[in-house]
Write a protein that binds this ligand. Structure first.
Ligand code: ADP
Length: 680
């Protein structure tokens, strides 16, 4: 598979890198390039490949490149698949999974290849009947979808904007400073500019030799757009319109890990399979994007050199030094596994590194989920028809010199392009397949689809999907089946021809280690409960009063009038920050702040996270009592009504009252025990 002459040092790990359990451990070397694809007939999906894996020149055909909306020059080997036993007539198979790809945009090409490998049915122009899966290129709202599954969550794009992400992480940093120290110290501009100035001055006073650098990143920007480095708060470009272009200013990590003297970052793909219950998968391999000029620690002289400081592919591709490589372990874009292999050959503990990265990912998702749930119930209110959602996220991570991973940002729409632009001669550009992108991205999309397969979901065996998929392609390779038997199996189940999943479940697998962090999630559950009107995202004053009353939070020290003042103060401040003015009322982050205030008043001596946990337990306990009372009450009504019905001489038909839904299914008794345990 490797071209001759590759340095053994930089060979990617075809097998598990030494010492790692988390990395692709048994990725078998599947077959080489495959013949041309079959024409796709209406209603009949194209054949699945027998052989998959790295194809040095990139698979595909010209025709498909065109259909897939690839750039005009897409060179045509993409989409090549080996015919799998179609000669014997139509294979017996389960119903095809149907996928609407009409809004897939730049992920279309990789999606098409994935669907072909899975033998699923693509609807490139949409379909009048509902599809099983809708693949959106940008957001949940790309299409009006009322059923099936959509590959985007409502609100994700908003949640991962630089300011919102920084706020969500900061809330977690307030609760768990040690656990969330993987995100650089950040300030939100313009509102925290005075705080930024004051804090930097204080830190400099305390530590005079400290010569920090900061990076200013416009909110909602991408691809390095508008980013610049500064040495002093006074260098912020306040002139003009800071107000109209809010930003995050962040401590700049000035000692990154270098490879070949170059700064690089890691793009990892993470599948948020479900919000409730939380399910997270991480792709075992990702991409490493390299700068194109040797790194030097920031000085006033080199601050402006973007090819030295910013790892964005979209910037560095324009550097004369950018190296396009057919090989996944050389060039300016490489697989992450090739980096790990290289580090491990230098004796670095990549098992620890990988587990730090997994923690970073899980903790970040835990920071994002509370508000995502608010968006979710607003767009898809419980009880109304709507799709279920999943989403592939792109995590950008920087490794520090000491190998500590740092979160740079999360992308709601990570690029799924599998080609890049190349300048053939001055001014003449052509889109050419990018083998590195294709190897990583097609596997991520294909395996996301495998995990979301609606037919598998229906089977409803509670067995872990992972173990089902992991059933072992390696064994097939080691003890090859007779060809006919293999073809027969592939016809029955196209997955028989696929490699084991590239996505590894990390949550709930490691839930135990992280569940104590999910305090904001529990606050969000309270918030949602009191939102009242379906479809809203902000709590009105009445909802807040009901929360205070039902949770028994007012007393002689804290009157309902004080609760009103707290509501007004905090809500006014959050709304003045210009966050989502469409609705009036208290947003989740404001509610969290109010909750912190209430917790601090009640449990003064505890650390913040314990104060908050205690108050949540207290609220849950009182709400459970209330629910129980309502249930008893509604039972009483039902019984009285039933008695009434049996007494009706004319057989009047009354529908029996349904018991009030118990939002929280824990019994009062168990809540009480929980509450008491926590307090003792
Ligand atoms: P964008 O969305 O515009 O790509 P990022 O937050 O990813 O914005 O930043 C762009 C690049 O800047 C990153 O890929 C990384 O190379 C560099 N960078 C961003 N934040 C930091 C930081 N705190 N320390 C060091 N480098 C950073």
């Amino acid at each position: 598979m490797e071209p001759a002459g590759t340095e053994p040092e930089s060979r990617p790990p075809a097998q598990e890198p030494p010492g790692s359990t988390a990395l692709p451990s048994e990725e078998p070397e599947w077959g080489e390039a495959a013949p041309e694809p079959q024409q796709e007939a209406e209603g009949v999906p194209p054949p699945a490949p027998v052989a998959l894996g790295r194809r040095p020149n990139g698979p595909g055909s010209k025709g498909q490149a065109k259909r897939g909306g690839a750039g005009k020059g897409a060179r045509g080997k993409r989409g090549s698949t080996r015919r799998a036993g179609e000669e014997g007539g139509r294979p017996a198979r389960r119903p095809h999974v149907t996928v609407d790809s009409s809004k897939a945009k730049t992920s279309l090409e990789a999606l098409k290849i994935s669907l072909r490998q899975l033998r699923w049915k693509e609807f490139p122009f949409g379909r009048r009947l509902p599809c099983d899966i809708y693949w959106h290129g940008v957001s949940f709202h790309d299409n009006d979808t009322f059923s099936g599954q959509v590959n985007k969550f409502p609100g994700m794009t908003e949640m991962v904007r630089k300011i919102t992400l920084s706020r969500a992480v900061r809330t977690m940093q307030n609760l768990f400073p040690e656990e969330y120290n993987f995100y650089p110290h950040s300030w939100i501009l313009p509102e925290e500019f005075p705080l930024f100035v004051a804090e930097v001055r204080m830190m400099k006073d305390n530590d005079p030799p400290w010569k920090p650098t900061f990076i200013v990143k416009p909110d909602g920007g991408c691809q390095g757009d508008g980013i610049y480095l500064i040495k002093d708060p006074s260098d912020i470009r306040l002139a003009g319109n800071l107000q109209s272009r809010p930003a995050v200013v962040q401590e700049y990590i000035s000692k990154p890990l270098l490879i070949d003297k170059l700064k690089f970052d890691i793009r990892l793909y993470v599948l948020l399979k479900s919000l409730e219950p939380l399910e997270i998968y991480i792709a075992k391999d990702g991409l490493s994007r390299f700068c194109t000029e040797p790194y030097q620690e920031p000085t006033l002289k080199n601050l402006h050199q973007v090819f030295m400081h910013l790892t964005n592919y979209s910037l560095n591709i324009h550097s004369g030094n950018f190296i396009h490589s057919e090989n996944v372990n050389t060039g300016s874009k490489r697989t992450f596994s090739s980096i790990l292999y290289r580090l491990s050959s230098k004796g670095i503990d990549i098992k620890k590194l990988w587990s730090d990265i997994i923690s970073l990912v899980i903790k970040t998702v835990i920071a994002l989920t509370p508000e995502l749930k608010v968006y979710y119930q607003s767009d898809i209110p419980a009880g109304k028809p709507g799709p279920t959602c999943f989403q592939i996220l792109g995590f950008d991570i920087l490794l520090m010199k000491n190998l500590k991973p740092v979160l740079l940002e999360v992308n709601a729409n990570p690029s799924m392009r599998i080609e890049h632009e190349q300048e053939l001669s001055p001014g003449v550009f052509e889109n050419v397949p990018s083998p590195v992108d294709e190897e990583i991205k097609v596997a991520v999309i294909r395996d996301t689809l495998r995990l979301m397969d609606p037919h598998k979901k229906k089977k409803k065996d509670n067995q872990s999907q992972l173990s089902e998929y992991a059933s072992d392609p390696k064994e097939d390779l080691l003890e090859p089946e007779p060809t006919n038997k293999l073809e027969h199996d592939i016809r029955k189940n196209p997955e028989a021809s696929l490699p084991s999943l590239c996505l590894k479940q990390v949550f709930p697998k490691y839930a135990k280690q992280f569940s104590h962090l999910r305090l904001v999630d529990r606050m969000a559950a309270l918030f949602i409960r009191f939102l009242g009107v379906k479809g809203t995202m902000k709590l009105g004053p009445t909802g807040f009063r009901t929360f205070i009353r039902n949770c028994k939070l007012s007393n002689s020290n804290f009157s309902m009038a004080s609760a009103d003042i707290l509501y007004i103060d905090i809500t006014r401040r959050w709304n003045s920050m210009g966050i989502d003015q469409r609705e009036s009322g208290m947003c989740l982050q404001a509610f969290v702040e109010a909750f912190f205030c209430l917790a601090q008043r009640r449990y003064k001596s505890l650390p913040l996270h314990e104060q908050v946990a205690s108050l949540i337990d207290f609220c849950d306990y009182h709400l459970a009592i209330l629910d129980e009372k309502r249930l008893v009450c509604s039972r009483g009504i039902t019984e009285r009504r039933a008695a009434l019905v049996t007494c009706q001489p004319d057989g009047l038909h009354l529908t029996s009252a349904t018991p009030a839904p118990l939002l929280n299914r824990m019994t009062t008794a168990s809540k009480f025990t929980d509450y008491r345990n926590h307090r003792s």
